[in-house]
Write a new protein. Sequence first.
Length: 120
Amino acid sequence: MPLTAPQLQHLEKRLHQERARLLEELQDFVREESSADSQHLAGDLSQRPLHPADLGTDVANEELEASVSTRRSAELAEIDAALARLAAVPSTFGVDEQSGAEIPFARLDIIPYARTNVAR
């Protein structure tokens, strides 16, 4: 059974909510990275780590944040693609791209940009 008009409206709203959340998180990351006080906020009083372990921790944290930001950017692209699919052909939104079966509304409510019924 295809998604109803109220379900499609709900999913469009969810997509916009997720998009706004991800944009805010990415903007927070950019603000933190560009802040001259980021070392001070982390408790570092010097521009250079005093201990090799501190340097390792700093590098690991930077890599983790970069990885998370990359993931958020990918999710943002998926959301934009879902919004485009929804606008272009709403009658096919929520159809599994691999099998052609319908994706349950409950799954779409959790992951509104889902393209398949299978978690990857």
